[in-house]
Design a protein around this ligand. Structure first.
Ligand SMILES: [Zn+2]
Length: 465
């Protein structure tokens, strides 16, 4: 069996991965707070852990891997949007509008991540579906002396677990107090104590609890959902390294104290952050954009994925326009080479070996280049698909470039001239609707008709027009 080595943040070493149960390999990854479109940085962990998920499925079998990734749908920004819509006259109760905003954002997220070739995890729990389990876990933590209620809040008492708190990120509680921007509140016994439950105002979403109407803190959401779906001990926990402290540290404290018989997650994986043209992505620098923005600009999801995979997940990844152009050229070449070819029965061993070496995706891509240079199209296809490239359903963008759209544009232009005379625009409307249904953007100006393929363009749908 293929050996997988993974860098475990907890032990700070690259370890051979040995699942607790090879028939039931379990991974949890912290998912998005669903208040708006995912920006490009949000997509990095999705692609990184998608590659790991694919590798685990390859090694242990697709039916023997459970991948859970949550949606945090309890959030002030979701509430703010819902409230603004209500004030603008939208129909429905505030709760319905909150739910509507979450549904809308989750739909965008799954669409955008799907465009990057990310498989959907087998479990995608929403925090609001697990409130009862969170309350039960908090009650358990109080009963075990690890948490206390104060002024409508419940707080985790870090002093009750000094031996474990801070181990993941390698900090002591005293260091953390000295260095952290902790929220000082009169009801906290220790400034590092963090919120498990907090009160909710009457106009905002809330749930009844033994401590009054309120809502869960962010950290307890992941602990409760991971326990419900994966049990007290599971194999891998992943997320961006910006989540290591305090989020992951707090998840560990909650889970290990509520379920001391288990070990929570054995292996912790953290991906590094994303930059744009060498700079941190930020709204103030004007280099902030969403995955949707890039897709709308006509950058195929497959190209974005390829650029991501060229950098190892534990290194900062720099998104540049040049990399996107180069990736597109490579993928065009590879797609031309593999057109009409059946994939080989298995991926090249060197590709699997590279991936098994702490997800060395750059090494895997180097192997793909080698296969392409040797003209081994079948081997290239099978190997690329292991990391989610060159799949059939992601290839529409190449065909879009290959279809000559000028004859379709001309047809619409002629129909328009005829319609100006006859005043009957039925044919113009019919053609326009058919082109739009095929995923084309139709631009009609004085100088003529221009057809621009969007990301969902399907040339096959033009055949019957
Ligand atoms: Zn989490």
């Amino acid at each position: 069996m293929t050996t997988i080595k993974l860098h475990n943040t907890r032990t700070r070493t690259k370890e051979s991965f040995v699942p607790i149960d090879p028939d039931n390999v379990r991974m949890y990854v912290c998912g998005p707070t669903v208040y708006d479109r995912a920006h490009l940085g949000n997509a990095r962990p999705v692609v990184v852990f998608d590659v790991l998920y694919r590798l685990l499925r390859h090694v242990y079998g697709p039916d023997h891997v459970i991948y859970a990734r949550n949606f945090t749908d309890v959030d002030d920004k979701i509430n703010a949007t819902a409230l603004a819509r209500k004030q603008a006259g939208a129909d429905g109760t505030l709760e319905q509008l909150v739910q509507e905003r979450s549904d809308e954002t989750i739909g965008w997220y799954l669409h955008d991540m799907g465009a990057l070739g990310a498989l959907e995890p087998n479990a995608m729990p929403r925090a609001t579906q697990y409130i009862a389990q969170m309350i039960a876990m908090i009650e358990d933590l109080i009963a075990k002396g690890h948490a206390y209620a104060a002024e409508g809040h419940v707080l985790f008492a870090v002093d009750s677990w000094r031996e474990g708190y801070g181990k993941l990120s390698g900090r002591s509680v005293d260091d953390m107090i000295a260095g952290a921007r902790v929220e000082v509140a009169p009801y906290k016994k220790n400034p590092m104590d963090f919120v498990l439950w907090k009160p909710s105002s009457d106009e905002l979403p809330g749930w009844d609890s033994p401590w009054g109407r309120g809502r869960p803190g962010w950290h307890i959401e992941c602990s409760a959902m991971a326990y419900e779906l994966l049990g007290e001990s599971f194999d891998i926990h992943g997320g961006g390294n910006d989540l290591m402290f305090p989020h992951h540290e707090n998840e560990i404290a909650q889970s290990c104290c509520a379920h001391p018989e288990g070990e929570f997650a054995r292996v912790w994986l953290h991906n590094e952050m994303l930059q744009v043209e060498g700079k941190k992505m930020s709204k103030s620098l004007g280099n902030f954009f969403t995955v949707h923005d890039l897709l709308e600009q006509g950058i195929p999801g497959e190209v974005i994925r390829f650029v991501f995979l060229q950098t190892h997940y534990r290194k900062p990844m720099d998104w540049t326009e040049k990399k996107a152009r180069d990736a597109e050229a490579t993928l065009r070449k590879w797609r031309a080479l593999t057109a009409g070819i059946e994939p080989a029965a298995s991926a090249a061993p060197a590709v699997i070996v590279a991936l098994g070496d702490d997800l060395n995706t750059a090494g895997a891509i180097a192997e793909l280049h080698r296969l392409a240079a040797e003209g081994d199209a079948a081997g290239l296809l099978a190997s690329a698909r292991i990391i989610g490239l060159l799949s059939d359903d992601m290839g529409a963008w190449v065909e879009a470039g290959a279809v000559d759209l000028s004859s379709y544009a001309e047809r619409l232009a002629h129909a328009r001239v005829a319609a100006m005379q006859s005043k009957d625009f039925a044919e113009v409307d019919r053609l326009k609707a058919a082109y739009i249904a095929a995923g084309l953007e139709v631009r009609m100006g004085k100088e003529g008709v221009e057809l621009v393929p969007g990301t969902g363009f399907d040339a096959g749908k033009l055949a019957d027009v």
